[in-house]
Design a protein around this ligand. Structure first.
Ligand SMILES: Cc1cc2nc3c(=O)[nH]c(=O)nc-3n(C[C@H](O)[C@H](O)[C@H](O)COP(=O)(O)O)c2cc1C
Length: 210
């Protein structure tokens, strides 16, 4: 069923605060007239396929929220279709907090951040851990052949709603690979200058020795 993000996130207490601080009317419009925000467009799909990490939250049977970081090679989170995501659960510390939490509450919240572009996307959905025989097909769909991690299970997420955040307070950060790419022309220039310098030193030494 299509939901706007606000329909799920704006609880009575949230709405009351929006009312109190003058933003309720704007968000009411977003809830009633906004795009459904449950089907990814090419913009969200491109964004998700470029990510190498995200954070996701589950809730324990005791009501405590739990946040975990997930990382992998760029694009390890697979967009199966416009409302389904999947990613491989790599072997880890054997705490199984996220996996256990999903047994009693399948609702999840995810946040994806592109630090260089200062963009972030929040997703709400239902997740299930696929294991055993059923996992084989899903492992094939989510495995990155060049990444050596062992896969224990696959998480499949049905998206209920998503929302983009503003870029405020996101400090641009770059991965080693991104820095290397940016620095490549400078590295080549330094190499060229070093080589020129070396030739000039040799030339000076040769002239001095005459
Ligand atoms: C050897 C090893 C030790 C780890 N230790 C931790 C840890 O202390 N804390 C943590 O949050 N994640 C740790 N991780 C990563 C988690 O095991 C991994 O994210 C796991 O999937 C978490 O699952 P859960 O959220 O279901 O508990 C470790 C991974 C490995 C391989």
């Amino acid at each position: 069923m299509p939901h706007s993000f606000g329909k799920l996130a704006f609880t009575p207490a949230v709405k009351q605060l929006q009312e109190q601080h003058g933003s309720r009317r704007q968000y009411e419009r977003m809830e009633s007239q906004g795009v459904p925000q449950d089907k990814l467009t090419s913009m969200e799909i491109d964004f998700l396929q470029q990510r190498d990490s995200f954070y996701w939250a589950t809730t324990g049977s005791n009501g405590w929220p739990y946040l975990q970081h997930r990382g992998g090679p760029k694009g390890f989170l697979k967009v199966i279709d416009d409302h389904t995501l999947a990613f491989a659960d790599f072997s880890g510390n054997k705490q199984y907090i996220s996996t256990g939490n999903l047994q009693t509450d399948d609702r999840v919240a995810l946040i994806f951040v592109d630090y260089p572009r200062q963009a972030r996307l929040k997703i709400l959905g239902h997740a299930r851990a696929v294991e055993g025989d059923e996992a084989r097909e899903w492992i094939t769909r989510t495995k990155d052949t060049h990444y050596p991690a062992r896969i224990d299970r696959v998480f499949v997420i049905q998206i209920e709603a998503y929302d983009w955040n503003c870029p405020q307070h996101i400090t641009p950060r770059y991965t080693e690979q991104e820095i290397q790419k940016t620095m490549e022309p400078i590295r080549i220039q330094i190499q060229k200058l070093e080589s020129e310098n070396e030739s000039l030193r040799e030339e000076i030494a040769r002239l001095r020795s005459k």
